[in-house]
Design a protein around this ligand. Structure first.
Ligand code: NAD
Length: 451
């Protein structure tokens, strides 16, 4: 197992030099990353095509474009974010002023997954750099071409004592986690999230865990079914369902199920109807292990749509399963593939109870025209974030912090949230020396009554 103590020591020394805290240096770095991305946009798209068969549209919309927007937003606001903020004072602190200083932690370790291998590596890195940290990034071994490109872009443009990409799999992660870093930002599965937290606890290193789980999507009887179908089809089947916030399963009201399914079929045909064609742009499944895991679900319930696959290309066409129950294997864990089970319900309170009996989801979607139904769902179910009458789009809003709750994660980022996650808020009280109130001290008679 490699030893990363030398690298981490180098980063600690560079951090202590104070360079990474200089606002000009942070802005320069962010601008450099932006121009690197723009210059190498085609190569990034190519590696995403090789690793995952991502179409150029998806590569831009969900990876490159998203990261460029995070950069634009950060560069626009960073000058304001880095400043100490005034906070209120109470009578007990008479004469003083209160301030909150955002300060970087030091060396931030970022461990990224494979499903959006560019975006989920670079978006947290932008926050870490904006906040003034050094960064060690460990991208996923399952998308090797993209990881290799990220590593060479960083290696060729930044000294390793500032930003370093360490490629490798579980062994590499494990070796990195053995060392003491100042912050760990992990995106990945729930079981590995637990390993990360355990490792972090040995050094009391603060963590952000961006995890997954089964995200429900509810289609109520009064929903705009046509829009619901199209927005669900896109949210589920983009990236072949390998999206942490994809609707994992649907709960459709029994009165509208047939009509909704008709629209869903039309939408899938329109958006992804040629998934198995030879020149298909449909994203492939990342590995043989995931491919066989997913195809084993195809005999659960009954295929209403799709169900075909191409083992050689590792493509599974968009598949909708009906007549599924909670006893089926497909309902056990997060599906993370282009398979959408549909369950039905009659009473919204029944499904609220079902969802509340499970781990808190990362995302939840409710399609309904009735505000009382929408509010009831929001009020009664705890989940990381989600949408009313849409899917996935809450992820791209820089003003909305993104993260899970309970088993779906700890902490949130995006926009200012990314700066905040990588900053410690140092609280400072600045006292006046123009006077010294006597009632602060026990030598004053009845001091407490005077306050
Ligand atoms: P994963 O947990 O298998 O791997 C994530 C990272 O951890 C990789 O870099 C991997 O090398 C490393 N890793 C794997 N096993 C490890 C171990 N035992 N010790 C230390 N490090 C280890 O996750 P994945 O398969 O790459 O990604 C899919 C999962 O990530 C899904 O559950 C999905 O929901 C979740 N996810 C969450 C978000 C989010 O923002 N909340 C985003 C994308 C993916």
């Amino acid at each position: 197992m490699e030893n990363y103590s030398v690298l981490i020591q180098k980063q600690k020394e560079f951090f202590l030099s104070g360079k990474t805290k200089e606002l000009r240096f942070r802005i320069q770095t962010l601008n450099k990353i932006r121009s690197l991305i723009k210059t190498h946009e085609k190569e990034i798209m190519e590696t995403l095509r090789i690793d995952l068969n991502k179409s150029d549209f998806e590569a831009y919309a969900t990876e490159i474009g998203f990261v460029l927007e995070e950069l634009r937003f950060t560069l626009k606001h960073i000058t304001k974010w880095v400043k100490p903020r005034r906070a209120k004072t109470t009578i007990a602190g008479f004469g003083s002023k209160n301030y909150i200083y955002p300060e970087p932690y030091g060396v931030a370790l970022i461990i990224a997954p494979w499903n959006y291998p560019f975006q989920l590596a670079f978006a947290p890195m932008i926050g870490a750099i904006a906040a003034g940290n050094c960064v060690i990034l460990k991208p996923s071994e399952l998308t090797p071409k993209t990881s290799e490109l990220l590593a060479s872009l960083i290696r060729d443009n930044f000294p390793e004592e500032y930003i370093a990409v360490v490629e490798g799999g579980v062994e590499t992660s494990t070796a990195l986690l053995k060392e003491k870093t100042d912050y760990i930002f992990f995106t990945g599965s729930v079981p590995v999230g637990k390993i990360i937290m355990e490792a972090a606890s040995k050094n009391l290193t603060p963590v952000t865990l961006e995890l997954g789980g089964k995200s429900p999507c509810i289609v109520h009887k009064d929903a705009n079914l046509k829009y619901a179908a199209k927005r669900i089809a896109w949210g589920k089947f983009t990236n072949a369902g390998q999206t942490c916030i994809a609707p994992d399963y649907l709960y459709v009201h029994s009165e509208s199920k047939d009509e909704f399914l008709k629209y869903l079929k039309e939408s899938i045909n329109e958006l992804y109807g040629n998934a198995l064609a030879s020149n298909s742009d449909f994203t492939k499944i990342v590995s043989d292990r995931h491919f066989s895991r997913l195809t084993s679900f195809l005999d659960n319930g009954k295929a209403f749509y799709g169900g075909q696959f191409d083992e050689e290309k590792r493509i599974i066409e968009p598949t909708v399963l009906v007549d599924v129950t909670w006893e089926d294997k497909v309902m056990e864990d997060e599906i993370f593939g282009p398979i959408l089970p549909v369950l039905e319900y009659d009473d919204i309170f029944d499904i609220i109870a079902v969802i509340n009996n499970r781990p808190k989801p990362l995302a939840l979607y409710i399609f309904s025209e009735n505000e009382r139904v929408q509010n009831k769902v929001l009020e009664c179910i705890s989940f990381g974030g989600g949408c009313i009458n849409d899917t996935v789009y809450h992820f791209i809003a820089p003003h909305l912090p993104f993260g899970g709750v309970g088993e779906s994660g700890i902490g949130a980022y995006h926009g200012k949230g990314s700066f905040d996650v990588f900053s410690h808020e140092k609280s400072v009280l600045k006292q006046t020396t123009r006077f010294d109130l006597p009632f602060r001290y026990p030598t004053t008679k009845n001091a407490l009554r005077k306050i």
